[in-house]
Design a protein around this ligand. Structure first.
Ligand SMILES: [Zn+2]
Ligand SMILES: [Zn+2]
Length: 316
């Protein structure tokens, strides 16, 4: 059994309202030994996107460290609590240097246990929003995204595990999906997903929204960039995260997809961290059994947790 959840958010993150205490109680109820808090620290989040999200995805590091440290002591002997952050890596030329410098200072300010490096924004937009996909096919949008991650893993050192590598497949817009379907000649997929209504095919928007991730996305389309990213993190001694939120989103796979985890191992990658990316207590350790089975089936024998930025292997 996987005994630690190493990716979760609380009310210190703009997009969560959960109390840290609730996460700990839920972890204990689920039979976990411990967890690592990894709230969002995304410097220079694009202003328009911050407005739409209701906040800027940063928090007061002093207050955070103090609050979680207090909980760590309160639960001593009952729950093994680690303190981390999920930092948002940026590749825009005008931001990169100052982001590297500020993230290095922030991550060194306290003896954090674990830092996730994720790419949430590029081209000064969070591609969660439709505007990013304007006039692009899904593949064009993802291609640009993997390029940004590839540059980020070259340039940033102040993280321990690469977060949710292909999670952007969740947010491909409907229009971008339709453009990809046309380009790839996959119109039959629309018939499969169609619902007859008034003599015409109509599509359930929620189904269409997931269609790219479920049936079209193929990591082989991006194998050059993915190989480059995986080789770099292996060389740098960084871990690759399995993020089970993809299962929660109904994609049928965790991030990154099986083929990428297989390739990582083939290239010599061993460091794997596991997180649910829960923003609410009920999503803690979500589908960890599936992640465990998947890792075992690929020949992995260990997953890793971190203490003061050093990996500790635990048997799967
Ligand atoms: Zn993230
Ligand atoms: Zn997260």
């Amino acid at each position: 059994m996987i005994l630690y959840d190493f990716h979760l958010h609380t009310f210190f993150s703009t997009d969560s309202e959960e109390k840290p205490e609730n996460m700990i109680e839920k972890a204990l109820a689920a039979g976990l030994k411990g967890l690592c808090f990894t709230d969002h620290m995304d410097l220079y989040f694009p202003e328009e996107c911050s407005k739409k999200s209701g906040g800027d995805f940063t928090f007061d590091v002093d207050e955070y460290y103090e609050r979680i440290s207090e909980l760590k002591h309160r639960y001593l002997g009952r729950a093994d609590i680690r303190i981390g952050m999920e930092i948002g890596l940026r590749d825009e030329p005008e931001l990169k240097d100052k982001c590297i410098k500020e993230y290095e200072e922030l991550t060194a300010k306290y003896p954090f246990d674990f830092i996730i490096g994720s790419t949430h924004c590029l081209e000064n937009i969070d591609p969660y929003w439709e505007e990013y996909w304007y006039e692009r096919t899904a593949e064009e949008g993802l291609d640009r995204y993997f390029d940004a991650i590839d540059k980020n893993v070259s340039d940033y050192d102040c993280f321990d595990s690469l977060g949710h590598l292909d999670y952007l497949v969740r947010y491909v817009s409907q229009e971008a999906t339709l453009r990809s379907i046309k380009e790839k000649g996959l119109e039959r997929l629309l018939l499969d997903e169609g619902r007859k209504g008034n003599g015409e095919d109509v599509y359930d928007p929620a189904v269409l929204k997931r269609l790219y991730g479920r049936k079209i996305y193929d990591p082989a389309d991006f194998s050059d960039q993915i190989d480059s990213i995986l080789k770099k993190i292996i060389d740098k001694g960084k871990a690759l995260e399995i993020n089970t939120a993809g299962l929660k989103y109904g994609l049928g796979f965790a991030h990154p997809k099986r083929e990428i985890l297989e390739r990582y191992r083939e290239l010599g990658g061993e460091l794997i961290t596991i997180g649910s990316d829960a923003h609410m207590e009920q999503h803690l350790a979500y589908d960890f059994n599936m992640a465990e089975e998947l890792l075992r089936s690929l020949g992995y024998r260990y997953y890793f947790i971190y203490k003061e930025r050093k990996p500790q292997g635990l048997k799967l």
